[in-house]
Design a protein around this ligand. Sequence first.
Ligand code: MN
Length: 367
Amino acid sequence: MTQSYESNLSLEQAAEKLRDAQRLVVTTHAKPDGDAFGSVIALTAALQRMGKQVDAFFMPPLPHSLQAMPGATLATMYHEGDVLPEADLYVVVDTGAWAQLQPIQAQLEPQLARTLILDHHLTGGAAAAWKYIDGQAAAACEIIAQVIDALAGHGPQTPDAATSDPLNDPTIANALFAGIASDTGWFRFSNTRPYTHELAARLQRLGVDHADLYRRLEQAERPEKILLVRRALDSLEMFADGQAALMVLRASDFAETGAQLEETERIIDMPQVVESVRVVALITESRNSRNEPVRVSFRSKPPRPAGAEDGAAGGDADKAEHDAVNVATLAARFGGGGHARAAGAKIHAPLEDVITQVATAITQSIA
Ligand SMILES: [Mn+2]
C-alpha cells in the first residue's frame, strides 16, 4: 500500500496497450457495483467490436438489477477454483486494490507484467505494469468512455455526429450511463463534474432512457431489501453531537430477513438525510462464516456552511468541503481505502471489537 498509486502512462498509451493486444481478460473488483459493471461491459463490447477475443468476468455477488442489464451476458461469473484464461493483456477496471481482487490475487500476481489498471480511486496496491489513474473522474466509466474514444481516434462527439460516435451502441451507452449514474448517486455527489453531465447528455442523445435505467437499477429490489433496511435503521446509533451515525448489520439480520449481502447497497446513504451528520459507518457481519472479515463502509458529507440559510457564497461552501472528514484516510487506518467521501475496509476481528474501534476512530476524525 506504500507504493504510489498514480498513472505511469497516458490515456493514449493505455489505448495503445489495448489496441496491441488480441486476447484480453477484463475484470473488476469483487461485489461489482454499477460503475464496475458498466466499465467491464462497455470496454468488453468496444473491444469485441474491434474483433478482439475478450474474456470478461465478475467476481460475485453481482446484484440482480445488474444481472438483468443489457450486455450482462458479455461477462461470465467467476467461481472459486476457476483458472484465469491466457491473455496478451489483463485489464482491471475500477480498482487496483488487492483486498477487492482477493479471489484472483494469486493468479493475477504472476501476470502483473502484462496488466493494465484503469481506475479513479485514490489508493491501490496492485503493482501492475501499466496504470492509468484519474482521481478526478467521477466514475471509472468516464475513463472507459475516454479510452473508447481514444481507441476510435475520436474526440468528444458533436450532437449530429451520432452515427460515427464510437459510443453509439446500446450496450456500451447503457453500461456507461449506469456506471456514471451509480457512482455519482444520479449526479448528486460532489464528484459529479461538467464532463460527467456532458457524457450523460451524449449518451442520452444516443438513445439511453435514463428514467428506464433508474427503474431498472434503483427500483428493482426484492422485499427482503426493505426488511434489511429496517434492521439497519433499528441498529442506528448517533454520537459526537449528532455528527456521527453508526449502523450494524449482523449475520442474524441476514439470516432472519433472508436478505443477501449485496442488498446492503445504498443503506449507508440514509443517515445522511440528517443535517448534523458528517460521517456514517455501516458495519456488516458476513452471514457465511465466522472466519470472514467484518466489512466497514464509510461515507462523509461536509458540515453545513455557517449562514447557509442566507445563501452562502462559494467560499463558505469550499471551506465546508475542506472541513469534511476524509474517509479514505479513515478507512486506511483499518487497511482499507477508497474515495474522500466514500470508502471501506475489511477487518479480521470480532464484531464487537470492530464496532468499538470504528466508533472511536470516527470520534477522533471529527474532533
Ligand atoms: Mn467506481
